[in-house]
Design a protein around this ligand. Structure first.
Ligand SMILES: [Zn+2]
Ligand SMILES: [Zn+2]
Length: 396
């Protein structure tokens, strides 16, 4: 086992320059969700150079399949996401490979996720004879945009057809250093849903409120009552958030408007709690607006499910990580985070484990948060990430 780990680490070091060049090329040439055509061609070209069979179950993105030399029905999938964000980037640390495409930038690290998995492909293709069963390398499009590439790929049936038994994925994380990973079993990332509400009243003169149904007053009551959903209706041991992100109503001093609007997000870790929040919201809306002679429109738009890590796979991941990184490199998180990830769709079908790959450092100016214009990764994270992904499939 120690020998195998050392071999994998040496290979990761050998391919490190390749990963850096690949990451910088992708960084310069970002493509937003569902438009990753050149990125897909690039990845296909790289996989074909290694003699890996390639498939395109969706319009963009692709899957490479490595057939191991040891016969087995074991099928493990490793997933990277490949899309960039619709934004402009900043930062001197990235000056040499700044985005050359207007309105698109890799400010969530998916360039590094892609280069890292191509590095893993290099390592694994050199060890093909020793691999048991099949390895799927998933280069997934559109993590950033609903309905999510993870959902479309899962629903396409391609992974089921290939007999996938388990899946692993990672995300770069500025809160941890290269050489570290952070993970936990069970709930890791939240289910993000969105809502849009219109409260309907009867407009009129501000001086004759008795002749109107004031939607602003109704909205005030709705906002206050929404604060009781998490505090009074959700099990206090389960995390949940209801945030109203925008309220809008009225035009001027002396007019009572006919309607008022608000939008926001709900974060939970289960369908049960998401639907409980949704139903409580609707009861409150109905209970406040209807007796007052008003009305409402309510849309609850379902986002991604929560990322819930499989216990057994998380243990495997942590033990593989300890042998690649040493025990200091493995941080076991105590609490989940309230951001979302479309990796959750795979976990609806297959046992899966998702982890954070430390990528923050002062030298690389890479401690900025996800989606910040200066978001960057310390490229050394790919030494860890590629070796760990390879170790996961070789080490079982
Ligand atoms: Zn993102
Ligand atoms: Zn991301």
């Amino acid at each position: 086992m120690a020998d195998l780990t050392r071999t994998i680490q040496q290979k990761a070091e050998f391919h490190f320059d390749y990963m850096v060049q690949t990451r910088r090329y992708l960084h310069k040439n970002p493509e937003i969700s569902f438009k990753e055509h050149d990125t897909t061609d690039y990845i296909l070209h790289e996989l074909k150079k290694l003699g890996i069979d390639t498939y395109r179950p969706l319009d963009t993105g692709c899957v490479g399949i490595i057939e191991g030399g040891k016969k087995s029905d074991r099928v493990i999938a490793l997933r990277a996401d490949i899309d960039a964000l619709s934004m402009e980037e900043e930062g001197e640390a990235k000056a040499e490979f700044v985005s050359e495409r207007e309105g698109a930038a890799h400010c969530c690290g998916h360039d590094a996720h892609t280069a890292n998995l191509l590095g893993t492909a290099q390592i694994l293709s050199e060890m093909q004879d020793e691999i048991e069963g099949k390895i799927l390398l998933i280069f997934q499009p559109a993590e950033e945009t609903l309905p999510g590439g993870g959902r479309l790929l899962t629903e396409s049936g391609f992974l089921q057809e290939k007999g996938v038994q388990s899946i692993y994925g990672l995300h770069t994380n500025p809160d941890y250093a290269p050489g570290q990973i952070a993970v936990k079993s069970g709930p890791l990332m939240a289910r993000p849903d969105e809502f849009e509400i219109t409260i309907k009243g009867v407009g009129g003169h501000a001086a004759t409120p008795h002749l109107t149904v004031d939607p602003i007053v109704l909205m005030g009551q709705v906002i206050s009552q929404f604060q009781t959903i998490v505090s009074r209706s959700i099990d206090p041991t389960e995390p949940a958030v209801v945030t109203i992100g925008r309220v809008r109503g009225g035009t001027t001093y002396n007019v009572i408007p006919a309607k008022a609007e608000m939008i926001g997000t709900v974060r939970t870790f289960s369908e049960k709690n998401a639907y409980l929040v949704r139903d409580r919201m609707e009861q409150i809306l109905k209970g406040i607006t209807e007796p007052a002679g008003g009305g409402y429109e309510f849309a609850f738009n379902e986002g991604y499910p929560a990322v819930i890590n499989d216990e057994e796979l998380t243990q495997k991941l942590m033990s593989a990580a300890r042998s690649v990184l040493g025990s200091d490199g493995v941080i076991e998180l105590k609490k989940p985070i309230m951001a979302g990830e479309d990796f959750a769709f795979y976990q609806q079908e297959f046992p899966g484990a998702f982890f954070f790959l430390g990528s923050g450092s002062e030298e690389a100016d890479s401690k900025w948060s996800w989606h910040h214009p200066r978001y960057n990764v310390d490229e050394k994270c790919m030494l860890t990430g590629s070796a760990l992904m390879a170790g996961l499939v070789m080490g079982e």
